[in-house]
Design a protein around this ligand. Structure first.
Ligand SMILES: C[S@@+](CC[C@H](N)C(=O)[O-])C[C@H]1O[C@@H](n2cnc3c(N)ncnc32)[C@H](O)[C@@H]1O
Length: 634
């Protein structure tokens, strides 16, 4: 039984650096010497493709190299489950994660890489008033805890980010770069990313996205005409728009995009045959140049109109004859006159337009309200500045998602993306899922801009931070959707997880007192961590879905968990005596047989639970005998 430790690669988030090296090794084994890369050999192997010029095209800034490294450093944190804060914990497939998104993105790599179809983010625009998180290279979890007031301040904190800092764009780029890099890994090959931004960082965002996603994968920049009128306080020009920058992970893998038709448009297509929907439209075309005579069933010849002008038709004579035979065209009597008609087929869809005008977005989603108004309606007070309108997200979702796709927003704010996903599912019966990530950014009642929101948290009896607003918005949105669609039975819940340090204590030997260190490490689960905490750390670190089904079974008086239909079986009880071993092992084997999971099962036990090594050895031996070979302790 192999023991899982805090330093075990399995228990850490994905080590992207190691994966990159492995990739290089697979492609260029000659350029690898033991664990290092021989650049001279690599250069030779790449021939003329190496760019050695000192002045290179691209965007550079102070800290770029560090930002790159940040994305590569594995996380030692974990996500702790919060069923008490969740809605429909047992059944929901949606996730709301409270935490600093760089760490969270790292932790999600094992479970969700190549799984996400759509990422939408609305990061801080760097206006000078919003806050830009400064990553602490050395210890992200500590930094996160300091930020969220969990440990003494004294270090860096969220800052109102002023231009006078001299690092205005640099800090923003350092913040965005590693997050976008990690986000890309989570996208499916046909995945897409949309980033809301205004003119302050638009140009820089395009540069880093070109670098991270590839210029060839840029699809479009949408211009969202979001501020009509006003703006006369601007010195030079009133800005009435912002952008939504749109990249694919791989343009060649992305199917054509279509905006679904509005119901009013669809209502014309009343007929249907095996090819699809259509309506009978007139074949006569005023502007056409295809003149020929058409003979009707009773011999009438249609060649001229009532004024004696030659009649022109939609298609060539040859094509018309073919259409008549195939049933795509017909000649029928309408009243006293003959009418030539063709099947006007429903086109595959409308292409999304680069300008998001109010009319094109709001009308189709039958709302003209903005995000502030929507929040005001739900909360009766302004708890969040400038949330995006649900309709903006619905519009993006409408042309880029299928009904079962997974959506990620790691700057969730008030949770508009989650709201939009639920609303869209309720409207069209889809099963789209969302993952939202939001920092528990503190709300200060002494700050005029945050007072309303801080007071609101007090009234809810919740800690004063933005993540509490996100969760409350999701709860209220779910109730609203349920009242609008009373028969709707779909998923309106979400599982809450919070970022924290690992449940497993790292091995830190006290050289002066090794004996005590050894005794302390007999139990290497941190105090105050629950069975569920440990269980979900295993789920995350073994790369399973945090919403995978969880079943429990009492076997020989011990609780055993089966995750994902039995892919992971865990018994985290604190005591397993010699007498427990046989009934426990045989019960697990029997349950495993009933569950019949696809693929190999990992069985995990708490190391300190075993009465002695004999008990441990015996349990492993019985499980192995029945084919459960991957048995681990923790
Ligand atoms: C512009 S708002 C997003 C608004 C959102 N689209 C909406 O409609 O409500 C950006 C959000 O990102 C959050 N944020 C900033 N840095 C973060 C980080 N490092 N990790 C997680 N959340 C962060 C901020 O607290 C803020 O709520």
């Amino acid at each position: 039984m192999r023991k899982i430790t805090a330093n075990d690669p399995e228990i850490k988030s994905v080590d992207i650096l190691v994966e990159n090296i492995q990739g290089l090794r697979a492609l260029f084994p000659e350029a690898m010497t033991e664990e290092k890369v021989d650049f001279e050999v690599l250069k030779q192997l790449l021939g003329g493709m190496v760019d050695e010029r000192e002045e290179k095209y691209g965007l550079n800034w102070h800290g770029k190299r560090r930002a790159r490294q940040l994305a590569l450093m594995p996380s030692t944190g974990t996500l702790r489950p919060r069923p008490e804060d969740s809605v429909e914990w047992d059944t929901t497939k949606n996730l709301m994660i409270e935490g600093e998104n760089l760490e969270v993105l790292k932790l999600l790599q094992k479970s969700y890489s190549n799984m996400v179809k759509l990422i939408y983010i609305d990061p801080p625009y760097n206006t000078g008033k919003d806050f830009v998180y400064t990553d602490d290279f050395r210890d992200n979890i500590k930094n996160y805890q300091r930020l969220t007031g969990q440990v003494d301040d004294g270090g860096r904190r969220m800052t109102s980010h002023t231009e006078s800092s001299g690092r205005f764009h640099t800090d923003w780029l350092n913040m965005m770069y590693p997050r976008l890099k990690l986000a890309r890994n989570l996208l499916r090959e046909d995945g897409v990313i949309f980033v809301s931004i205004d003119e302050i960082e638009y140009a820089k965002l395009r540069f880093i996205c070109d670098e991270i996603f590839g210029e060839e994968n840029h699809i479009a920049d949408f211009v969202w005409y979001n501020k009509r009128g006003g703006g006369n306080d601007a010195k030079h020009v009133a800005v009435e728009h912002e952008y939504v920058v749109f990249y694919a992970k791989s343009k060649t893998d992305l199917n054509a995009l279509f905006v679904p038709y509005a119901p009013t448009y669809l209502s014309r297509y009343k007929e249907q045959d095996e090819t699809g929907k259509y309506f009978w439209d007139t074949f006569k075309r005023k502007s056409g140049k295809q003149y020929y005579a058409i003979t009707c069933p009773d011999g009438t010849i249609l060649e001229q109109d009532d004024l004696g002008n030659p009649l022109s038709w939609l298609r060539s004579e040859k094509r018309f004859k073919e259409d008549l035979i195939s049933g795509e065209a017909r000649i029928i009597k309408v009243g006293e006159k003959w009418s030539v008609q063709f099947k006007q087929r429903l086109p595959e869809g409308k292409k999304p337009r680069t300008i998001f005008l109010e009319d094109s977005i709001w009308k189709e989603h039958s709302t003209s309200r903005d995000g502030n108004q929507e929040m005001l309606e739900m909360f009766s007070r302004n708890v969040f500045d400038n949330p995006k309108p649900v309709a903006l997200l619905n519009h993006i979702i409408s042309f880029s998602l299928e009904k079962d796709d997974l959506v990620l927003d790691f700057f969730a704010g008030s949770g508009t993306t989650g709201h939009a996903v639920m609303a869209q599912n309720a409207a069209d019966g889809g099963n789209r899922r969302y993952i939202l990530v939001q920092l528990p950014e503190p709300l200060d009642p002494a700050n005029d801009n945050q007072k309303i929101a801080a007071d609101f948290c007090d009234r809810l009896g919740k800690p004063r931070n933005i993540a509490e607003l996100t969760k409350e918005r999701l709860r209220r949105a779910a109730r609203k959707i349920q009242s609008e669609f009373p028969d709707y039975m779909g998923d309106l819940g979400f599982r809450v997880f919070t970022l924290d340090s690992s449940n497993i204590r790292a091995w830190k030997p006290d050289r002066e007192n090794l004996e005590q260190t050894l005794l302390d490490h007999l139990e290497h689960i941190k105090e105050g961590r629950s069975e569920l905490d440990i269980l979900y750390e295993l789920v995350l670190k073994f790369g399973l879905d945090l919403c995978a089904s969880t079943e429990t079974c009492t076997i020989a008086g011990k609780t055993v968990y089966a995750i994902g239909g039995g892919v992971l079986l865990a018994c985290l009880e604190s005591s397993i005596l010699r007498d427990d071993v046989e009934p426990l092992a045989l019960g697990i084997i029997e349950w495993h047989r009933v569950l019949a999971p696809v693929g190999e099962t990992i069985c995990v036990f708490r190391d300190s639970a075993f009465a002695d090594d004999v008990a441990k050895f015996h349990l492993t031996a019985i499980l192995r005998e029945y084919g459960l070979n991957n048995v681990r302790s923790l």
